[in-house]
Write a protein that binds this ligand. Structure first.
Ligand code: SF4
Length: 332
């Protein structure tokens, strides 16, 4: 069975962008592939090294959101990056063979630098650790000698460096040990934030998986609508309704979407009522996930055990790969 490795930074509670854009896809993949999903706490540290208070809780929150969303620990291996220290050793070996300019031009690093620029100026310098982000990402993938990497269309360039490093390593040490991982395109829905920008915790425009129904409904009432519509009976333009109608298209069925469109265009549907209905629909869609989330919140020992088992299993695999790598390089 082909192996897939994918991870998420430990940023704390996840939002609908994560759920629809990544996790839903993982849930499908776990039925067809040997999936390893990790919480990237070292990657989080590259930009949060001076703010580690919630680091542990953030890891737990991410895993709870995964489990609630349908990642099944019987099918997928869930682990925490820093509990597999072999990744750090592989990172060192890969750092030796990676030319500096490959790292500097890498889009992943540029994205990370953007995150940094949103922080206080005093902490916005790029650290040595952050510079190595693309190499560490490659170590994550190569540690399990993965065949496939799930990516969005806009992220294909992000994994190019891993493929380059694989080729360079294999070439320098005259081996074919590492697989050249192939991208596997995410089948997912992209959801924007309530203000029409990319959904993100730092833009404060997100709906979290863990939000209560009341909070979700309240947030949806702030979603951007057709800006040209001033009165309830003005004729609406659903395609210019920047957020609310897009959410209908994601969460509603064809009949619901059609009803909203017709009533909006005729001016017989007010935006406030429309968003109230939308809030109820989103809550309905998230009901079971939130129920499962509550279960795991009340059974934290179960969550920690899933992390422990998954990390141990990953470590065993990583040790095999590392033994081979040390041997190929000719380490003592
Ligand atoms: S009625 Fe609904 S679809 Fe039409 S503009 Fe208002 S919120 Fe958007």
């Amino acid at each position: 069975m082909q192996r897939i490795v994918s991870g998420m930074r430990s940023t704390g509670r996840l939002h609908l962008g994560h759920y629809l854009g990544v996790i839903q896809n993982w849930v499908k993949l776990q039925n067809e592939y040997d999936c390893y999903f990790f919480v990237a706490d070292w990657h989080a540290l590259t930009t949060k090294y001076d703010n580690t208070e919630n680091l542990r809780q953030d890891v737990i929150d991410v895993v709870i959101d995964w489990l609630a969303s349908g990642i099944d620990p019987e099918k997928s291996t869930i682990y925490v990056q820093s509990l597999v220290p072999e990744i750090a050793e592989l990172h060192i070996y890969l750092s030796m063979v990676t030319p500096q300019n490959w790292v500097e031009r890498d889009p992943t690093l540029k994205d990370m630098a953007k995150i940094l620029r949103t922080k206080e100026a005093a902490n916005s310098q790029i650290s040595y650790g952050l510079m190595g982000y693309p190499v560490l990402m490659s170590a994550d993938i190569m540690m399990l000698n993965s065949h496939l990497i799930p990516v969005g269309v806009d992220q294909i360039a992000h994994i190019e460096i891993t493929r380059d490093i694989v080729r360079r390593f294999n070439n320098i040490y005259k081996t074919d040990f590492f697989n050249e991982p192939q991208p596997i395109l995410n089948e997912c829905s992209l959801i924007c934030g309530l203000d029409g920008n990319k959904m993100s915790k730092s833009y404060n425009n997100d709906i979290k998986i863990s939000d209560t129904e009341e909070v979700t409904a309240k947030k949806i009432m702030t979603a951007i609508t057709d800006r040209s519509r001033l009165r309830r009976d003005d004729l609406g333009h659903p395609d210019q309704c920047e957020v609310a109608f897009k959410y209908w298209q994601i969460f509603g069925d064809a009949e619901q979407v059609n009803t909203v469109r017709c009533e909006c265009e005729k001016g017989s549907r007010g935006c406030a009522d429309c968003k109230r209905q939308l809030g109820a629909l989103v809550n309905e869609r998230l009901h079971d996930i939130r129920e499962r989330r509550r279960y795991y919140e009340e059974h934290l020992d179960e969550v920690r055990e899933i992390i422990r088992k998954g990390s141990e299993k990953t470590r065993a695999e990583a040790k095999k790969v590392l033994k081979e790598v040390r041997n190929i390089i000719g380490m003592y």
